[in-house]
Design a protein around this ligand. Structure first.
Ligand SMILES: O=C([O-])CC(=O)C(=O)O
Length: 174
């Protein structure tokens, strides 16, 4: 597997400038304030892998401990802030295994360690309580976040302005 090349000079605003006339619904986006950036990378992009889980990070652990190859892990945690789906150890694994970033629709913890992790981490919030792993959750299934479908293999671009999801890789213009 090769690591996809993504220019980290992309900007979600430039992408949206080039995609704004597309009314097909293929382009989806999430507002920047929905997520806070916790990792060392404020800008990340790559093909999507997914996990859907509720207060059990078994599948997140399995994903970040496997080869990331420049992918972005989208974690649909149901929006729960009761348990942290990612902490310092798993963030370090994600960085070591070449994940470009994680979008966690849920909570994270270990903020100081997350700041040091060379990976993008966007999450709804943080809470100190970890999950109890019961081997529950699904990997590489379509997930729905804020009413928008996000599917494995699609592309995600994230920076401080927000998050853009496209069916295939798109290139910045201008
Ligand atoms: O292990 C967990 O469940 C989350 C965590 O604290 C870590 O990644 O360090």
């Amino acid at each position: 597997m090769t690591t996809p090349h993504v220019s980290l000079r992309f900007s979600t605003c430039d992408l949206c400038d080039s995609l704004k006339a597309d009314t097909s619904g293929a382009t989806r986006w999430l507002p920047g304030q929905r997520y806070r950036s916790y990792g060392a990378r404020m800008r990340f992009a790559g093909p999507i892998a997914t996990v859907r889980c509720l207060e059990d990070n078994s599948r997140v652990k399995a994903a970040v401990e496997s080869f990331g190859g420049g992918k972005v892990l989208v974690v649909d945690g149901g929006g729960s802030l009761r348990r942290a789906l990612l902490g310092g150890n798993l963030a370090a694994s994600a960085a070591k295994n070449g994940w470009a970033g994680l979008l966690v629709h849920g909570a994270v913890r270990d903020l100081e360690e997350l700041r040091a992790a060379d990976v993008g981490i966007f999450a709804l919030g943080h809470v100190p309580m970890p999950t109890e792993r019961r081997d529950e959750g699904l990997s590489d299934v379509p997930v729905q976040i804020d009413g928008q479908w996000i599917r494995p293999g699609e592309w995600l671009y994230a920076d401080e302005d927000g998050v853009v999801i496209t069916p295939t890789a798109v290139h910045p213009v201008g």
